[in-house]
Ligand binder design. Structure first.
Ligand code: AMP
Length: 286
């Protein structure tokens, strides 16, 4: 695999690939790689001639300065993990902030209702920053396919919308959530949890799994309350939101028969660390 730090050297390399008609699968990441990221890379490796991975902690998608400062970074380790999966022609793009943003950015996306719920309302400006960086990365890498994890399910919907708004011809592929043994969704932020927070963090997946059985004999509102109480009963965790939504629109539902496919989303704070997760719900027929 080859490592590029600048857009110009990446473009030079891409020109040769285009000449040879090679398909490119792209996995954008913020580094501190774990098996969740690597699952996307493996899928991209299977489906494309060339795999491109970017490692860039995007400052403009952070709505809290402390979160950006404390975000885990370990590029050396990331590169050695990728080395094991990638071929000699695959490449990693590791730009600096100045390379990505030589000038101040003022673009504003309108993602409509998709951008106003859950992560959109909890993290002001977050999705605008995600849209801007992914659009820039797409224009630099020019992939045929781009791979994203359902761990950030709402983000996938936002990226699809951005691709539509920007009129890009890129196939967005969603990949399943990879979990730890206790069900905790893998996340770069998990390594920031204290050992006690980590020990108890299985409650997030447990409560999401319980949502399925609770939906058999509780209303949406009751299920929300029970799940929130379960998580809040752990002294180290505070629920920011639990939401049952229509998977197609990401808007909240009020009853189980209101949508064909339903997903439960949650955001939980463990002191300064914020964890998100989601699960598909298969409602029992009422
Ligand atoms: P990040 O580095 O957090 O920006 O994540 C880069 C990509 O990896 C995004 O598409 C995430 O949704 C995906 N990802 C992160 N964690 C997981 C996971 N546990 N399972 C699957 N995909 C993941």
């Amino acid at each position: 695999m080859i490592v590029f730090n600048t857009i110009s050297e990446t473009h030079k390399y891409l020109a040769a690939l285009a000449y040879n008609n090679k398909s490119i699968g792209f996995v954008p990441t913020m580094g501190a790689l774990h098996s969740g990221h690597l699952s996307l890379v493996k899928q991209a490796r299977e489906e494309n001639d060339i795999v491109a991975v970017s490692i860039f902690v995007n400052p403009i998608q952070f709505n809290e300065a402390k979160d950006l400062k404390g975000y885990p970074r370990n590029t050396e380790k990331d590169l050695s993990l990728l080395e094991n999966l990638l071929s000699s022609e695959d490449f990693i793009f590791v730009p600096t902030v100045e390379e990505m943003y030589p000038k101040p950015v003022d673009k504003k996306y309108d993602f409509g209702a998709l951008g106003e719920v859950m992560e959109g309302s909890s993290r002001q400006g977050h999705f605008n920053g995600v849209g801007i960086v992914v659009n820039r990365l797409f224009r630099i890498i020019q992939p045929d396919r781009a791979y994203f994890g359902e761990k950030d399910f709402q983000q996938i919907a936002i990226i699809r919308k951005m691709v539509e708004l920007e009129n890009l011809q890129i196939h967005i592929i969603s990949c399943p959530i990879i979990r730890e043994k206790d069900g905790l969704a893998m996340s770069s932020r998990n390594q920031l949890l204290s050992s006690s927070q980590r020990k108890n963090a299985g409650i997030l997946f447990k409560s999401l799994s319980d949502a399925q059985s609770l939906s058999a004999n509780h209303t949406v509102q009751e299920t929300c309350k029970i799940i929130s109480r379960m998580i809040n009963a752990e002294p180290e965790f505070d629920v920011e939101y639990v939401d049952f939504v229509n998977e197609a629109t990401l808007q909240s539902i009020n009853s189980w028969n209101e949508a064909d496919s339903i997903r439960c989303f949650l955001a939980v704070r463990a002191d300064k660390i914020r964890l998100i997760d989601n699960i598909k719900i298969y409602p029992f027929s009422q």
